[in-house]
Design a protein around this ligand. Structure first.
Ligand code: 5GP
Ligand code: ZN
Length: 143
């Protein structure tokens, strides 16, 4: 198994070859394969080979080693499936619908009239609130 592998993690088992997958791309750092329960034909998962639960558990270099493949994968999925568009989705934490606790990016082909619906409850900010939130995030980035 990879350094830092979790023997109970289903994606670590896929990386180690203990569970088969339909892979489409493999490098030293990253693996991409078809989701076994796709939201659409051609739904791909892109993962770091190294186990990390959430996106922010990766350092910038590790994240780059995975994310660099997204443009080519998006293009390949578009060409292979004939989809009109695609969503890149990345869930962190149970509250965000993460079920497999190993970082992964979903590439989900979209077709006109498909039934994949987002509930997107867009809100707004009270007077002055956006500046407070901005400052909180900026200072967290600096710390
Ligand atoms: P999450 O909800 O954690 O963002 O998504 C996890 C995804 O992993 C799901 O879409 C699920 O279908 C997929 N998945 C879970 N187990 C396996 C597996 O053993 N093989 C493959 N190829 N996909 C899996
Ligand atoms: Zn893992």
């Amino acid at each position: 198994m990879e350094a830092n592998a979790d023997p109970n993690c289903v994606f670590c088992k896929i990386v180690a070859g203990q569970i088969p997958c339909a892979s489409v791309l493999e490098t030293d750092e990253a693996l991409a394969f078809l989701d076994i329960n796709p939201l659409a034909r051609g739904h791909v998962l892109l993962i770091p080979k190294r186990h990390a639960a959430k996106l922010d558990d990766l350092n910038a270099s590790q994240a780059g080693g995975v994310l660099r493949h997204l443009p080519a994968l998006g293009k390949a999925v578009r060409q292979a499936t004939g989809c009109q568009g695609y969503n890149v989705l990345q869930n962190n934490g149970r509250v965000a619908h993460q079920e497999v606790m190993h970082v992964h990016f979903h590439i989900i082909p979209r077709f006109k009239g498909d039934d994949f619906q987002f509930n997107w409850p867009a809100g707004g900010y009270a007077e002055g609130e956006i500046e407070q939130v901005r400052e909180a995030i900026r200072s967290a980035l600096e710390s």
